[in-house]
Write a protein that binds this ligand. Structure first.
Ligand code: NAP
Length: 440
């Protein structure tokens, strides 16, 4: 792989029986019991060791993972919250013949990957050994009728590497052929590995008709605007002709967003909003203060609020959204038991719209925005697979910006670009906005 072997050479080379992989262990799922979330340490629960390469189903491929990334779902898996993920694997094992492989005493995590196809099962039609690919994480049974009018509505829909085994934080991963997409040729392996999950999620929320699509002139409030999904949300709003109002928690992040083209940014640390007086009581005057700050910046209330912090912000999000506006939510990082004042929702005809990852078409379209250079990867740091616990710790404690890439088979950063002309036209500076050390 590292020497750029041809498809013929790869096909003729025997598959290894084992692979290096990052996993949590079933017998450790109780290790953090009784501890506060912040004290649960992914560096203790994520292990990197050799595990057997599973048998390949006919509709699957093996990928040599050149690079992968940390998503928040790996943080959830590694701290066993809100539930240990072994229950997901056991349920999958009960459903299908090939599903049985997933119920193991270890769970190989990771929901992003970029690499090269090593083997393709007999039912794989559009891809072959040697193809350079990225992977989206929507894992659906295409023989389930409920997965055919938006696969995210499928009753068997799962997130690969979170609700399935054999995820992307490994040297070899296993994915279904309908998770494959072309690797953007102007990106390095690590840049190309950080996009699929977060970009597709933000695309469905803000571009697709299945979310709250932005139209020209819309004002969109984006929480965590320099984080994983937020950094893609900002770019989709700009590309759709809307005006993003980013919320972040440091001056560095404000600077990052300005470089990305997001002119209106609120530093929530500086503004010190206290939406909660105590763990049970919210403060409407603080919601009102945020609303005034948004109006001062963009002259109106937000048509759309891009929500994911959950309990700490949802009351404010429902309050500040414009009359008949939409709050589109895909998560609840700070707590999923949500409280908001329903009078502000019904009297002002607002909508709360739930959204989750994306279907294949949406992921493909989101990937096209990267291939075309219209959305840039928010890669901020790169770790080796052996440091996966450290990288997950950074994300757990909100010490990162954008996305953290993980080198797996790729021996070092900077490899994998096959279209340097396109790279030059997008611009090195724009492609490295989140790499702070690249700043002047
Ligand atoms: P991330 O990279 O950690 O970014 C989240 C950002 O949210 C942080 O950078 C932080 O920004 C902000 N934030 C965190 N807690 C906050 C709070 N209490 N109040 C206000 N802002 C807060 O994570 P991510 O990858 O963007 O994911 C965010 C959430 O979405 C996670 O819970 C993840 O599991 C979920 N998610 C769901 C899907 C799906 O398909 N349903 C897909 C991707 C992610 P500042 O500190 O700068 O304000």
């Amino acid at each position: 792989m590292r020497a750029g072997a041809s498809s013929e050479v790869l096909s003729a080379t025997p598959m290894p029986a084992t692979t290096r992989a990052a996993f949590v262990r079933r017998d450790e799922q109780g290790m953090f019991e009784g501890m506060a979330s912040k004290d649960k340490d992914p560096r203790r629960s994520l292990h990197v060791e050799e595990v057997p390469v599973p048998e390949l189903a006919p509709d699957e491929v093996y990928i040599a993972v050149m690079a992968s990334s940390i998503n928040f779902n790996t943080v959830w898996t590694s701290i066993f919250e809100p539930l240990p993920t072994f229950g997901f694997l056991d349920r999958l094992a009960k459903e299908t013949f090939w599903g049985k492989r997933h119920s193991l005493d270890y769970h190989v995590v990771g929901s992003d990957a970029c690499g090269v196809i090593l083997r393709a099962g007999s039912a794989v039609r559009n891809w072959k050994v040697g193809d350079e690919v990225t992977v989206h994480c929507n894992y659906v049974d295409d023989q389930d009728p409920s997965s055919h009018d938006d696969s995210m509505r499928s009753s068997t829909q799962r997130i690969w590497g979170f609700e399935t085994n054999f995820g992307g934080l490994a040297d070899i991963c296993v994915v279904k052929a309908n998770q494959l997409m072309h690797k953007p040729a102007h990106l390095t392996w690590e840049e190309a590995s950080v996009n699929a999950l977060c970009n597709s999620t933000a695309y469905r929320m803000l571009v697709s008709r299945n979310g709250a699509p932005v139209t020209q002139g819309d004002r969109v409030l984006i929480w965590g605007a320099s984080g994983g999904i937020g950094s893609f949300a900002v770019q989709h709003v700009l590309n759709s002709g809307g005006t993003p109002i980013g919320v972040v928690s440091s001056a560095n992040k404000v600077e990052t967003l300005h470089e990305l083209g997001c002119l209106h940014v609120i530093n929530r640390e500086e503004m010190d909003y206290r939406f909660w007086k105590d763990p049970h009581t919210q403060d409407e005057s603080e919601w009102r203060r945020l609303g005034k700050d948004i109006r001062a910046l963009v002259g109106d209330d937000p048509d759309i609020v891009f929500e994911h912090p959950g309990r700490s912000t949802m009351g404010a999000s429902v309050f500040v959204a414009k009359r008949a506006g939409t709050i589109v939510t895909c998560a609840a990082t700070s707590g999923y038991m949500i409280e908001y004042d329903n009078r502000h929702l019904w009297m002002k005809l607002k909508t709360i719209k739930g959204s989750h990852f994306s279907n294949y078409r949406e992921a493909w379209a989101a990937n096209q925005t990267i291939i075309d250079g219209k959305v840039v990867p928010p890669l901020s740091a790169v770790f080796g697979l052996e440091q996966v616990g450290e990288a997950a710790y950074e994300v757990h404690h909100n010490r990162h910006e954008g996305k953290i890439g993980i080198l797996c088979v790729a021996p070092r950063e900077g490899l994998g670009v096959t279209n340097p002309e396109l790279r030059a036209s997008v611009g090195e500076r724009r492609l490295t906005i989140f790499r702070r050390h690249d700043r002047e």
